[in-house]
Ligand binder design. Structure first.
Ligand code: AMP
Ligand code: GLY
Length: 427
């Protein structure tokens, strides 16, 4: 079978790596991919951008691709699945109408309220005067969110009223995120511990993947600007059996039932970003219509089941026949970025130390490119070094030991990925 993975991040390398392990798969094409997917076993890159739906469709038709898996949200929200479906091609991910759960925060919040799924209290605005009047009555911290897609940058946690007013004005004027910010959500600040909960949905049935946690802040101790994620691990010790059951009962099952009752056919990965309150209640911070990056990297390292078979079952509406098997060990991934990310950063720096494969350690690529001189950096998020271990502490030690042998001039990473889980283990 020929499989196509769309995207070029660490998540897509991990998906391609896992899909290629299926005995049914002959080749995994990755569009556009990175240096990791270019050199992986049973994989090849295709020079088509992830949002060029016409060219992707043409490639899939001409090359008789039997299964397409979409990594990032942009093509999903743009309707890639609708286009592939119309052409009779199997493409895994939600259709455009269903991808609105990520594509519009106002849509997601209204959905959560309608189905009584716990989330932060909020109001929605398109006019600055009304937003100002409301913000002035609220206590801080206050959270201001652009409605549309903003590459993970559309959320401001305002610590003062002035900061909240400024964020609202910059978004509503179109200055901050263009059209995506012309509608905003102003919501209550929630305290607690964050966890990522990703499930696979077939329109009716749902199968949860292993739990995970990521670190969104760039710098150690959870400081510095918000990023797409500086590291992640699985399982998340904060999601114990009780919390897991509660998340399924209060969030995931009502969400899938709500989609069915709203007449929205949701098929694909559904990612709930959760705040676990000190009261033990999970509340939804956001939905994503795809797998998380970097959560996917440690999750794929732990998945024992055949991902191709699982996705086929989901496409056929038969997830209830499937069971997932996980490696009991923990997996932890540390993201190596270009210095300066998520702001300005250099690219084109030669990466030293790649290629020395070690058991239980995988270096997933993100912003990397092959050049005649060797593999160079080609983005802000460059690598995700993942390791398995009998505990999160062991996985963490293995990942950092591998990082010691990697280098480029402006390499940057956090040294405390997994600290919460490690602290729990050493209690
Ligand atoms: P989102 O894209 O909505 O998940 O927001 C990005 C990040 O902002 C989340 O991972 C949280 O760290 C933070 N965040 C979003 N909404 C809230 C909230 N209501 N209270 C506290 N933190 C939040
Ligand atoms: N790691 C967060 C995300 O993928 O949205």
């Amino acid at each position: 079978m020929k499989v196509l993975v769309i995207g070029n991040g660490g998540r897509e390398h991990a998906l391609a790596w896992k899909l290629s392990q299926s005995p049914e798969v002959h080749i995994v094409y990755v569009a556009p991919g990175n240096a990791g997917t270019a050199t992986a076993r049973k994989a090849a890159n295709v020079a088509i951008a992830a949002d060029n739906i016409d060219a992707l469709l043409e490639f899939a038709q001409q090359n008789k691709v039997e299964l397409t898996v979409v990594g990032p949200e942009v093509p999903l929200v743009a309707g890639i699945v609708d286009r592939f479906d119309a052409a009779g091609l199997r493409c895994f991910g939600p259709a455009q109408a269903a991808a609105q759960l990520e594509g519009s925060k106002a849509f997601a919040k209204a959905f959560l309220d309608r189905h009584a799924i716990p989330t932060a209290a909020y109001r929605e605005f398109t006019e600055l005067a009304a937003a100002v009047a409301y913000i002035e009555t609220q206590s801080v911290p206050l959270v201001i969110k652009a409605d549309g897609l903003a590459a993970g940058k559309g959320v401001v946690i305002a610590m003062s009223t002035a900061e909240a007013l400024n964020a609202a004005a910059r978004m509503l004027s179109g200055d901050a995120f263009g059209q995506a910010g012309r509608r905003i959500i102003v919501e209550e600040f929630l305290e607690g511990e964050e966890a990522s909960f990703i499930a696979i949905v077939d329109g009716e049935h749902v199968l949860p993947l292993a739990s995970s946690q990521d670190h969104k802040a760039r710098d150690e101790g959870g400081t510095g600007p918000n990023t797409g994620g500086m590291g992640a691990y699985s399982p998340a010790p904060a999601v114990d059996a009780d919390t897991h059951a509660r998340i399924m009962r209060d969030v995931i099952k009502p969400a899938v039932a709500g989609l069915v009752s709203d007449g929205i056919y949701y098929r694909g990965f559904l990612y709930a970003g959760l705040m676990l309150g000190t009261d033990g209640r999970p509340r939804v911070l956001e939905f994503n219509c795809r797998c998380g990056d970097p959560e996917t990297q440690p999750i794929m390292m732990r998945m024992r089941s055949d991902l191709v078979k699982l996705i086929q079952a989901a496409l056929d509406g038969k997830l209830h026949d499937e069971e997932l098997e996980w490696d009991k060990r923990a997996a932890l991934g540390v993201v190596l970025t270009a210095g300066g990310y998520p702001g300005d950063y250099a690219t084109g720096e030669l990466i030293e130390g790649l290629g020395a494969e070690q058991p239980e350690v995988v270096v997933f690529h993100a912003g990397t490119a092959i050049t005649p001189a060797g593999i160079k950096t080609d983005g802000g998020r460059v690598l995700c070094v993942c390791a398995l271990g009998d505990s999160v502490s062991e996985a963490q030690a293995r990942a950092y030991a591998r990082i010691d042998s990697l280098n480029w001039p402006q390499m940057y990473y956090r040294r405390d990925i997994g600290h919460r889980a490690v602290a729990r283990e050493t209690l």
